[in-house]
Design a protein around this ligand. Structure first.
Ligand code: MIG
Length: 627
């Protein structure tokens, strides 16, 4: 059952697709105190949800802030990442889901200040609150999902493996990547283009020197079963003569400052402007621009920098220059050195800037800061709506920033993680929360984005990520190469990625069922085994689809781990490409997983396809049963 409580919302976010009457006379599970929602928890209560956040599957014990943030250090002390996913599921003596639908900042103190108290504080006390009850954790999630509408379904080929790298700067880098994968016999379906393909980082432009014939490149690769997936950034270079800028400026489609002038920010292209995605006309106009790329055969995109990430604003930069003037004429002591440095660092993603520009929406003119969490969502929606009209097939589309609602238009990737062992586990722990909030097509940068990857880390990361719908290896410019061919002997990588392809019919089928029935593709064990006390404490295993369980290795040098089986299961092992099985009893097992083996568990028979070099070559009907 869903109850709606309305606290004079000022903006309809579009997250919810069902019209519900306002609930009268039913008390809230929360108490209202000083503009916060509070709840005393019993000792054993657990809290799930919140989508893309750091720390465990059970979110209790930390404080989170929904405010879409471009932060490339996903450490345990962070309160915000790129998404704003305001759904929690409280599982204690009271059991319910709660969705706080507000476009601005909201804080979830989940037993952080006081270990027994939940305290939820919206910065602007104007919101819709939905309380969801049902007789199981899974049923609460499904009720909630029916409230927010069906999840995006990508094309089948998007379940293949993809390679990305910030730093493939020319056509030859892309061809070389394709050759090396195919020469090594490693399956691949997608190669991603980062901002390097653009001319001066201008959206919808192509560098004539470095990518002289992208149409031909796209065609040649498609002949080999590989699709090119370019990036599109939120900000548009401010440059007269650049049609996207000229048109948008003339039509008033960019966000404005308080005087009605285009608000100018510095991002990759240098001085830039921000398309007003909350203005449907502007969104529609920007969406049509993707045609420049679909016309040459592109079928998918990733949208970046749409928190929106701002390096600085013209206004902030001018103020900073003023502040820095005084260091000209005197020697720089330690304090003024750090002061000067901070003056520049503070410019990035500053609240001051977020408070200095405006959106022209059908619901009125809104200060960006007050609707901040909707920007990435509306960028994704603009692309999705346009792409569905431009082509017959649905696009592959995923975004960095998001709000609930965006799950209907695309997937998300979890942004700039690191090549750290802890980030394999972090990624696993993010998946169920994202699924609860509707985001099913998700995955992390395999091998880690920032800092340099190692062979063993990549092997273990792939062994987990072969189960994530979005399976993409991606790395930052300047880091060591981490393609599956970059570490010498490629056999082990071929076996692991081939196993992904053998599993695709099962994974795809599970995904479609989850999307169509408002279910989770990844679930914590206790969602399936509610009465199992041990399952409640398991934070490093997940259920995948209706019959599979994973328990990946995520520690350096580990060659075995403890695995909890909530019932008798078949252990499936892939060793050098060969599959073997073993029946195991319910309970704890010390499972040996030498580097390169992939081990998972299944409660019911599972069907594997024959190995294939890409999804086009995959025979979806010729399946063999294991388990
Ligand atoms: O400021 O386009 O998260 O995946 O490679 C960095 C360059 C901008 C951030 C994205 C990352 C991408 C990078 N981008």
């Amino acid at each position: 059952m869903i109850k709606r409580y309305s606290f004079s919302p000022i903006y309809d976010t579009g997250a919810v697709v069902k019209e519900l009457p306002i609930s009268k006379g039913t008390p809230l599970p929360f108490a209202l105190s000083e503009r916060s929602f509070t709840l005393q928890m019993d000792e054993n209560a657990r809290i799930y949800g919140l989508g893309e956040t750091v720390r465990g599957i059970n979110k209790r014990g930390w404080v989170y802030e929904s405010f879409c943030s471009d932060d490339p250090f996903h450490t345990e002390d962070k309160r915000s990442l790129y998404g704003a996913h305001n759904f929690i599921l409280v599982d204690g003596k009271e059991r319910f889901g709660a969705f706080f639908d507000t476009p601005s900042k909201i804080t979830f103190d989940l037993g952080y200040t006081d270990s027994d108290m939940i305290k939820i504080t919206p910065e602007c006390f104007a919101l819709e609150l939905y309380i969801i009850t049902a007789d199981s954790l899974k049923a609460i999630v499904s009720e909630f999902r029916s409230l927010i509408g069906k999840s995006y379904i990508p094309p089948k080929w998007a379940f293949g493996y993809g390679q990305s790298r910030w730093g493939y700067v020319k056509e030859d880098d892309i061809r070389c990547c394709a050759d090396k994968y195919q020469d090594a016999g490693i399956p691949i379906d997608m190669i991603y283009l980062d901002i390097d393909y653009m001319d001066s980082f201008k959206d919808f432009s192509i560098s004539p020197e470095r990518f002289p014939d992208l149409k031909k490149l796209c065609y040649d690769l498609k002949e080999r079963g590989i699709r090119l997936i370019p990036i599109i950034d939120a900000a548009v270079k401010k440059e007269e003569g650049y049609a996207v800028y000229d048109e948008g400026h003339a039509k008033g489609y960019f966000c404005k400052d308080e005087n009605g002038e285009d608000f100018v920010v510095g991002v990759w292209p240098g001085m830039s402007v921000l398309p007003d995605f909350l203005n449907p006309e502007a969104a529609k106009w920007f969406g049509q621009k993707y045609k420049a790329l679909t016309d040459i055969g592109i079928e998918g995109f990733w949208n970046d920098m749409n928190e929106p990430a701002l390096f600085y604003s013209e206004k902030g930069l001018n103020n900073a220059y003023e502040e820095l003037k005084h260091i000209d004429d005197k020697q720089l002591d330690a304090l003024s050195f750090f002061g000067a440095r901070d003056t520049l660092v503070r410019l990035q993603n500053s609240d001051d800037d977020y408070k200095s520009f405006y959106h022209n929406t059908p619901q009125g003119r809104f200060r960006h800061y007050d609707v901040h969490n909707l920007y990435g969502y509306h960028m994704t929606k603009s692309a999705y709506d346009a792409l569905c009209g431009l082509r017959e097939e649905p696009p592959l589309l995923f975004s960095r920033a998001s709000y609930i609602g965006a799950h209907r238009c695309g997937g998300i990737w979890t942004g700039d993680n690191h090549s750290w062992w802890s980030h394999i586990l972090q990624s696993l722990q993010q998946m169920p929360g994202l699924n609860m909030c509707g985001f099913l097509y998700t995955g992390s940068d395999i091998g880690g984005f920032n800092s340099s990857c190692t062979r063993d880390l990549l092997i273990r990361w792939l062994s987990f990520a072969l189960f994530t719908p979005l399976m993409r290896n991606h790395a930052a410019a300047g880091t060591r190469s981490q393609e599956a061919y970059a570490f010498g002997d490629t056999e082990v990588f071929r076996h692991i990625i081939t196993l992904r392809y053998r599993l695709i019919p099962y994974l795809y089928d599970s995904f479609i069922k989850a999307a169509e029935n408002d279910e989770m593709y990844f679930r914590p064990l206790c969602f399936d085994y509610e009465d199992d006390e041990v399952a409640k404490g398991i934070e490093d295993q997940l259920m995948v689809g209706d019959r599979l369980m994973i328990a990946p290795i995520y520690r350096q040098n580990a060659v075995s781990r403890n695995v909890y089986l909530p019932e008798d299961m078949t252990q499936v092992r892939m060793h050098e490409g060969e599959i073997s099985t073993e029946e195991l009893k319910k309970g704890w097992h010390d499972v040996s997983v030498p580097l390169g083996d992939v081990v998972f568990f299944t409660a019911k028979p599972l069907f594997l396809a024959k190995p294939a070099e890409n999804t086009t070559a995959l025979d979806w009907d010729d399946l063999e049963s294991v388990g």
